[in-house]
Structure formats: structure tokens, C-alpha cells
Design a protein around this ligand. Structure first.
Ligand SMILES: [Fe+2]
Length: 201
């Protein structure tokens, strides 16, 4: 019987992913920058991080240094967003030493959130996204074949391995956590919040 079957993905959660060109050439400079930044603000803040250091939030539009310009340049090439929207970005630095992790959280008061991975030794902690419908769709998700789940990315949760030089941007409401750093070295990333504001507002 030919059912003319098709799958329609309604209301997907969009995770934009891209790799920074030539990241290897700036990686060491960024690492130096991050540790210098921590020296100037050794306490930082404590929000979702457990055991690591998190900087205070800064606007990426305010300075013109290696970190700020890298983030701005990356986000300027974010595709699929109308030119009639301005993008405002606030960021913070995360240094997660061995054993540290981030509790489940979302990013209130912003539209998109993102991460740029700078230093990611093996087993330094995956980022795990939680399907907002995992409870309601528990049996439905379990009933699908592995192949179908892979094709549709329809899981109870979804894991990304951190990759140096990669940026991931996702809806701010999407809850996520970062698993413990099981390597012997620091895990370094930049997180950010993005507000999308139509011109004239
Ligand atoms: Fe986060």
C-alpha cells in the first residue's frame, strides 16, 4: 500500500551551529585574554556554574578587542535573520576546571542564547539540551525507531560535544546543563545572550 507518507516537522527548536574560520590562529591569544580577564576579576559571579569561574556580564559592542570583535564578527554572519532586526549581545566567560559543571538553566530576558567553545579537552563536559515536551511526549519519543529519532532529532534530550572554535546559538528558553569536566585541564567557553530588536523600538 502506497501511503505517500511524509514527516512534517512542526515548531522545531532551531540550533544554529558554525565554525569560526581560522580559529586555530587566535585560540592561544583568546586563552591568554581569558586568564588575564580572570586575574582582574578573580571572584566573578555564581549563577549556574558549580565549581567554575564565571565573569560578570559585558556588552560585546562596548570594547574593540580580540574577544569582542570575534563574537561580533561571528554574529554579524548569523544567517536567516531579517536585516530589519538589531542584534544586542551580552556575554560572559566561563572557566570550568576539573570536576566543575553547570546546573540545568535557561537564559531569561533574552531571545537567543549561545556558546563559543575556546578550549575543550577530551571529556571536558558535553552540553545537554532538554526537550521541553519530554514529559508529555515520553512514550511517543520512546516508540520511534533510533533511525527516525536520528533523522528528526526528536529525543528526550540532545547532546552536543563541545568543539573548539564552534559556536552554537539556540532559543533562550531551551533548558540545558553542562556535564562535569572529567579532564585534567580547564574547559573554557564564552556564553552570551542575544536580544533581537526590530528597528525603531
Ligand atoms: Fe547556558
Amino acid at each position: 500500500m502506497d501511503l505517500n507518507y511524509r514527516t512534517n516537522l512542526l515548531f522545531p527548536a532551531i540550533a544554529h551551529q558554525f565554525d569560526v574560520n581560522g580559529f586555530g590562529e587566535v585560540k592561544d591569544k583568546l586563552i591568554d585574554y581569558v586568564y588575564q580577564y580572570k586575574q582582574n576579576d578573580p571572584i566573578g559571579v555564581n549563577i549556574s556554574n558549580r565549581g567554575g569561574w564565571q565573569s560578570k556580564i559585558f556588552s560585546v559592542q562596548k570594547e574593540n578587542d580580540i574577544l569582542h570583535s570575534l563574537i561580533i564578527n561571528c554574529l554579524a554572519s548569523l544567517p536567516h535573520i531579517k536585516k530589519s532586526y538589531d542584534i544586542f549581545v551580552e556575554a560572559w566567560i566561563n572557566i570550568n576546571p576539573t570536576g566543575s559543571f553547570n546546573n540545568k538553566h535557561n537564559h531569561p530576558c533574552s531571545d537567543l542564547a549561545g556558546v563559543l567553545w575556546i578550549k575543550c579537552p577530551k571529556d571536558c563536559g558535553d552540553i545537554v539540551f532538554h526537550n521541553p515536551n519530554a514529559f508529555q511526549a515520553f512514550h511517543e519519543i520512546n516508540s520511534y525507531t533510533d533511525k527516525f529519532k536520528e533523522q528528526t532529532k526528536y529525543y528526550h534530550n540532545y547532546i552536543f560535544n563541545p568543539t573548539e572554535g564552534r559556536m552554537l546559538i539556540f532559543p533562550s528558553h531551551l533548558e540545558h546543563h553542562v556535564e562535569a569536566n572529567k579532564s585534567d585541564e580547564d574547559r573554557i567557553s564564552i556564553s552570551f545572550n542575544i536580544n533581537l530588536v526590530p528597528h525603531g523600538q
